[in-house]
Ligand binder design. Structure first.
Ligand SMILES: *[C@@H]1O[C@H](CO)[C@@H](O)[C@H](O)[C@H]1NC(C)=O
Ligand SMILES: *[C@@H]1O[C@H](CO)[C@@H](O)[C@H](O)[C@H]1NC(C)=O
Ligand SMILES: *[C@@H]1O[C@H](CO)[C@@H](O)[C@H](O)[C@H]1NC(C)=O
Length: 508
């Protein structure tokens, strides 16, 4: 057995340990378990701080890595001692289940990023490490007690300072997201916002709203789902929407750069000491996407409302009308609809995660019948401010006389589009030299940009058609100046016609 396969084996054993830890129970954390009477009979004892086991550290901008000062419920002098600023926002960060019993490295990164964006804010970290390092189902059940601790703390702090509820923002990762939800349910008034960072799935997928994060827990609840691969209640992250807006980056299942090949590379370079972070790559990506939104505010990722990942991948959901698109992370527009909105977007595999989304629509003409599946294409986009060449795309089905719509992304801002090249690559397995090359004719390409909401029609650079030949040269398309201008004159015409009639113009 080579060293490579040994490393594989170790990774799989580790993965198995972590996932059985997560999945050991299929029993939802509902009314049956031993901790259930806590929430039901909690309000009457909310001023009793003696049973609070969680600790609340106010981290400082200068030393974001350590818990140096604790604010203790019932001891008002600790508020002053820790230099809590009553005039600014407060973030309360809540960690999740832990194998090691120590803070994971993301905690100080998130604290630093919050201070970077809001330097005068108060950033508190909830320490519930002792309860969080139990067998997973036990820690999952403890979310109720920890949530109650947080609620008591927030109620007390608010009452002591007459602190405005709208300045409170809870951020919870994994089990911590459900802690935040339970806390939000038990506070005297609603906190302004809860951000759920890949809320834990096992024990919670089928649990009731009182036991999980839900839209009722704050004025606004936004959620990032990044590790929902697997069957419901077995995936590490919860699959169903639990907020007002639920973002599913890259479909929510699994994140780019987190595959086994990358894991191998990381093991090779950093060794096994960061093993838990490597294994939880997709789960933890939710945090790094949020950090990205805090520190790269000029490169905000956009998400688009869509019914499913599959529909999104067809490129048909890139609309921003009626709040259908939104900014991901800190700068989100707090849109509250009665039903949760599922929003989708693609990302890069590293920070800054933002990509630019395009819908490409194309009709393939042909005299002879052509029908293929999974055809490799390479698409190049050229614009005023940049270009992206040879973006690989596998066309699921390619048939004569059909229209195809698909999603294409670039990690560079190419600006207003000018030219597009399309190459149909040779499928290595079945391209014999004596076969006549298949050719399709394309008259127009329609491209819609999600980020700018612009629609551009492209026409063949030379002649009426461009020819897309398997294994052949690129089909080249340029912006159709006539189409843009005729569209403009059409609109002008419409405007002139409607200008004469009040009834018509009022309808517009
Ligand atoms: C829940 O209630 C039962 C009796 O109603 C009690 O025996 C048990 O100790 C309670 N559990 C906790 C965690 O308080
Ligand atoms: C609620 O808690 C109080 C005080 O601990 C106790 O006296 C009471 O019996 C509890 N009520 C229920 C329904 O368990
Ligand atoms: C595709 O449509 C064109 C007319 O639009 C027709 O001439 C051609 O035969 C069709 N091709 C096939 C394979 O049906």
């Amino acid at each position: 057995m080579g060293s490579k396969s040994v490393a594989f084996l170790i990774i799989w054993m580790y993965l198995a340990r972590i996932s059985t830890g997560f999945v050991a129970t299929a029993e939802p954390a509902t009314t049956e378990n031993t901790f259930s009477n806590i929430t039901a009979n909690s309000t009457d004892r909310m001023d009793d701080f003696s049973d609070i086991e969680s600790r609340f550290a106010l981290r400082s901008n200068n030393e974001p890595d350590d818990d140096l000062c604790y604010i203790i419920p019932g001891q008002p002098q600790t508020i002053v001692e820790c230099n809590f600023n009553p005039d600014t926002k407060t973030f309360i960060v809540i960690h999740g289940w832990t194998v090691t019993g120590m803070y994971e490295s993301w905690v100080s990164k998130l604290v630093t990023a919050l201070y970077e964006r809001e330097p005068s804010a108060n950033v508190l970290v909830v320490d519930w490490l002792v309860r969080a390092q139990q067998h997973y189902p036990t820690s999952a059940a403890y979310t109720k007690l920890v949530g109650r601790d947080v609620a008591k703390f927030v109620n007390w702090l608010q009452a002591e300072l007459e602190y405005p509820w709208e300045k409170l923002h809870l951020l919870g990762y994994s089990l911590g997201a459900h802690v935040a939800g339970i806390a939000g349910l038990l506070t005297k008034d609603k906190v302004n916002r809860i951000t759920g960072l890949d809320p834990a799935g096992p024990s919670f997928e089928y649990a009731d709203a009182q036991s999980t994060l839900s839209p009722d827990d704050a004025l606004f609840v936004d959620v990032l789902h990044t590790n929902t691969r697997g069957s419901p209640d077995r995936s590490i992250g919860i699959q169903r929407p639990v907020g007002h807006i639920d973002f599913y980056p890259n479909g929510g299942t699994f994140q780019p750069g987190c595959d086994l090949q990358n894991t191998m590379m990381m093991v090779a370079t950093t060794g096994l000491r960061n093993m838990d972070q490597i294994v939880k790559c997709s789960h933890e990506r939710s945090i790094h996407l949020f950090i990205d939104s805090l520190i790269n505010s000029e490169q905000e990722s956009m998400g688009y409302r869509c019914s499913s990942k599959e529909t999104f991948n067809k490129g048909v959901c890139l609309s921003c009308r009626k709040n259908r698109c939104n900014k991901v992370g800190y700068g989100v527009n707090k849109v509250r609809s009665r039903r949760s909105s599922r929003m989708y977007m693609k990302t890069r595999d590293m920070m800054p995660f933002k990509v630019f989304h395009y819908q490409v629509k194309v009709h393939f003409f042909g005299k002879t019948k052509i029908s293929y599946n999974d055809q490799p294409m390479k698409i190049s986009l050229y614009g005023y401010s940049g270009e992206k060449e040879n973006i690989p795309y596998v066309m699921p089905s390619l048939n004569t006389n059909t229209t195809v719509s698909f999603l294409l992304t670039t990690d560079v801002d190419i600006g207003e589009l000018l030219m597009v090249k399309l190459v149909w690559e040779k499928d290595m397995l079945i391209s014999w030299p004596w076969w006549s090359a298949d050719t399709l004719h394309i008259r127009k390409l329609r491209i819609k940009s999600g980020e700018t909401q612009s629609r551009v029609i492209f026409v063949a650079k030379d002649g009426e058609f461009s020819y897309l030949t398997r294994g052949g040269d690129a089909a080249v398309f340029v912006k159709d100046k006539e189409a843009q201008s005729s569209h403009k004159s059409e609109r002008l015409h419409k405007l002139r016609m409607q200008g004469s009639s009040f009834t018509k113009s009022s309808k517009e």
